[in-house]
Design a protein around this ligand. Structure first.
Ligand code: AMP
Ligand code: MN
Ligand code: MN
Ligand code: MN
Length: 288
């Protein structure tokens, strides 16, 4: 048996069911080719790809955990909560995610209007063309359109100039509450995990409040090693996980072979002493 911390688990990535560019089967194949030993597909606010992902993983002989990444508004900021190991067919989780996705169409139209006001026309249709799932138009799809039309050279550049908070194409949005997201995941038998905490630009006080509230709602895990963290943040969140008694997760946040700087299954292993989320979710893993 492989020691738990040495497992090449990748529990955070996206397919074209949300804002990735590969199909669920394509992401499964890439994970398998890269040596992933436990895989989870975590599309934004959507579990419509889970049955396909699970089937593809099991056909490849790769153990699978169900996954999702839920958009949450906390203290006026957008944060992401990953759910792992839940029942894919749970009706409350499905309905909650459907409601969370509901505002995206209107938001996309408002984003297009805001971009038109700075001279960028046709962004709604342009973004929709990239969305594999019409219910899930995301800022990433707008970014691809702005790269295609030569407005910017890369998607990070689009975010810097147009789509990040405070930039001309940014439209504020109210997502799920932290309480709802954790309740839906737990209600479906899964574990709630804070996604890429290093990305939120919280003050130390805000970050403390976020982690405390998450824990008191029944949240149990935190991503320590993620493609969205700088290496110096691995240590910071490893220490925090140990201090707060949270289980640790690892995932590339892979979106596309052309855009993602971290390929699936290629991150460093979790640091010592941590308890990995997969040790607690062993009974929820689907094995070939
Ligand atoms: P949305 O859920 O529509 O607000 O889109 C959020 C997605 O945009 C994230 O999941 C990332 O895939 C992408 N994103 C956010 N910030 C950046 C950035 N600075 N560079 C590239 N992609 C980003
Ligand atoms: Mn994304
Ligand atoms: Mn995220
Ligand atoms: Mn993600």
């Amino acid at each position: 048996m492989i020691e738990a911390l040495a497992l090449n688990a990748d529990l955070h990535c996206h397919s074209d069911v949300s804002d990735g560019t590969l199909s669920p089967e394509g992401v499964a194949a890439r994970a398998h080719a890269n040596g992933v030993q436990l895989w989870s597909l975590t599309d934004h606010d959507e579990i419509g790809g889970q049955h396909r992902a699970r089937r593809a993983a099991l056909e490849l002989g790769m153990p699978f955990l169900s996954g999702v990444e839920i958009s949450v508004t906390f203290a006026g900021k957008t944060v992401h909560i990953v759910g792992l190991g839940f029942d894919i067919d749970d009706p409350t989780l499905r309905e909650g995610l459907e409601a969370t996705r509901g505002g995206r169409g209107q938001r996309a139209r408002e984003m297009a209007q805001a971009l038109a006001a700075v001279g960028i026309e046709g962004a709604y249709e342009g973004a929709l063309k990239y969305a594999g799932n019409p219910e899930l138009v995301s800022r990433t799809h707008f970014a691809r359109f702005l790269v295609e039309t030569g407005v910017c050279a890369s998607t990070p550049e689009v975010f810097r100039h147009y789509l990040a908070e405070g930039k001309p194409g940014f439209v504020p949005h109210r997502w799920a509450t932290l309480a709802d997201a954790v309740r839906w995941i737990r209600g479906a038998g899964g574990m709630a995990v804070i996604a890429h905490p290093g990305r939120y630009h919280f003050t130390p006080l805000e970050e403390h409040a976020f982690f405390s509230e998450f824990k008191s709602l029944g949240g149990e895990g935190v991503e320590v090693v993620t493609g969205s963290h700088r290496p110096d943040e691995y240590g910071k969140y490893a220490a925090l996980a140990l201090e707060l008694g949270l289980y640790a997760s690892r995932g590339s946040d892979f979106h596309s072979p052309d855009e993602s700087h971290t390929d699936i299954g290629t991150l460093p292993l979790l640091p010592p002493k941590l308890i990995p989320v997969w040790e607690m979710l062993a009974e929820r893993v689907h094995t070939p």
